[in-house]
Design a protein around this ligand. Structure first.
Ligand SMILES: NC(=O)c1ccc[n+]([C@@H]2O[C@H](COP(=O)([O-])OP(=O)(O)OC[C@H]3O[C@@H](n4cnc5c(N)ncnc54)[C@H](O)[C@@H]3O)[C@@H](O)[C@H]2O)c1
Length: 382
């Protein structure tokens, strides 16, 4: 019987549920080389933790996340807390010899992200992972495979938008609207994902941010459950244009104020021979156009990425076109983490702290570009 991977999780709200579900389901759907044991969940509120642990199958719970470092059995610590906590929690766990899987963005600030990257470099026996879960939508993983195999030729344009609409003035204050806790707003939350997807699909790196605009439309918000208001000091949207090293032009837009777009995470990549296009609101589908022998039938192909043996991760799930959803991408990622911790290769590359630090540099370049109203070379952002 292979040795189980004892996992501990910090955070028990949105991502706490998504990650608990992934760790719980991975052994049911994937023939992983090692079983996963949901050892301990930690968060702030002991009253909420006990029912949470029971519901999701965690054996223990704790309102002291630091205590996880001294549980010898625990091999992997999964960080699903607000951005300002990522660095301290990851550094503590790396120092204790744990593997660490951290939510995105890697950190609220580039300085924190750099510390995490450096600590990961030093902790040679620890693996690190960052939950850029959209890489593990089968359609996005397929786009990665097709583009890397040259099916659309050389990449010329990358056009990515991540549009949500929940951030209007009636949305109460939370950590997501405080720079000291989140680092940034829509930018770190949403542009982080599409910058990662662009890098992942093309294999190329941003060379320069030519210009950016950031806006805060909603400047104060009601304090939840209390009287009074508090200042919202993060961006509600950030747009920027960039060039990649290979010469491609790119545009990125993230907003929480695009009425009617609830989770519209889209990317289109145009190459010299074809294009790929993805929209998370239709996440099982990849649109592809390539060279054609007959101009009469030339046009976009709508590929349902659910065919076992043909499409990434499809073997683990349901028959053709019995579609999957948001939570499956997290389970796909958990399956790849289990592989890496068993010295096997993930199906498609997993982002580690080193990789996520490169995304964080791009985010930083865009913020500096917006603030200083100037172009920023990535070589200037260390
Ligand atoms: N990958 C994705 O698609 C995705 C989606 C949403 C959020 N996220 C990221 O996940 C992280 C968490 O976001 P969320 O939406 O789950 O937030 P959330 O507010 O829903 O949950 C945060 C959790 O952290 C815990 N927490 C806060 N302060 C703590 C402390 N000092 N010690 C211990 N626990 C503490 C809270 O108790 C809560 O359980 C963020 O980094 C966010 O950017 C990623």
């Amino acid at each position: 019987m292979p040795r189980p991977i004892h996992v501990a999780l910090i955070g028990q709200k949105f991502m706490g549920r998504a990650h608990s579900n992934a760790w719980h389901q991975v052994g049911h759907f994937f023939d992983g080389p090692r079983p996963v044991h949901l050892h301990t969940v930690a968060a702030r509120d002991q009253g909420e933790l006990i029912p949470f642990a029971k519901r999701w199958g965690w054996d223990h719970c704790s309102d002291d996340w630091r205590s996880l470092a001294s549980i010898d059995e625990v091999e992997l610590v999964d960080v699903g807390t607000p951005n300002h906590l990522h660095a301290e929690q990851a550094l503590t766990m790396l120092a204790a010899g744990k593997h660490v899987a951290c939510e995105k963005p890697l950190a609220g600030t580039l300085a924190d992200a750099r510390q995490m990257r450096d600590a990961a470099r030093k902790a040679k026996s620890s693996k690190t992972f960052v939950w850029f879960n959209y890489r593990r939508c089968p359609a996005v993983a397929l786009a990665h495979q097709l583009v890397r195999a040259g099916k659309i030729g050389s990449v010329l344009h990358i056009r990515a938008q991540y549009l949500q609409d929940w951030g209007g003035p009636s949305t109460p204050m939370s950590w997501r609207f405080k720079k000291s806790l989140a680092g940034s707003g829509a930018h770190g939350d949403l542009n982080a994902h599409i910058v990662d997807m662009a890098r992942f699909i093309t294999g190329d790196e941003v060379h320069e941010v030519h210009g950016a605009v950031a806006r805060t439309f909603v400047k104060e918000r009601t304090l939840e459950g209390k009287r009074g208001k508090s200042r919202s000091d993060v961006d509600d949207c950030v747009l920027f244009v960039a060039s990649f090293k290979g010469g491609a032009t790119a545009s990125f837009e993230a907003t929480r104020l695009a009425c009617g777009n609830q989770n519209r995470n889209t990317i289109e990549i145009n190459g010299t021979k074809g294009s790929v296009r993805f929209d998370f609101e239709d996440m099982n589908v990849l649109h592809f156009i390539g060279p054609s022998d007959d101009p009469r039938t030339n046009g976009w192909q709508r590929i349902m990425c659910t065919s076992a043996g043909n499409h990434p991760y499809a073997d683990a799930w349901w028959p053709d076109a019995h579609v999957i959803g948001y939570e499956h991408c997290f389970t796909n990622m958990a399956a790849d983490i289990v592989k890496v911790l068993s010295r096997r290769k993930p199906l498609v590359p997993l982002p580690d702290f080193e990789d996520a630090y490169q995304t964080q540099r791009v985010l930083e370049a865009a913020l500096v570009s917006a603030r200083e109203r100037t172009a920023i070379r990535l070589s200037e952002v260390k």
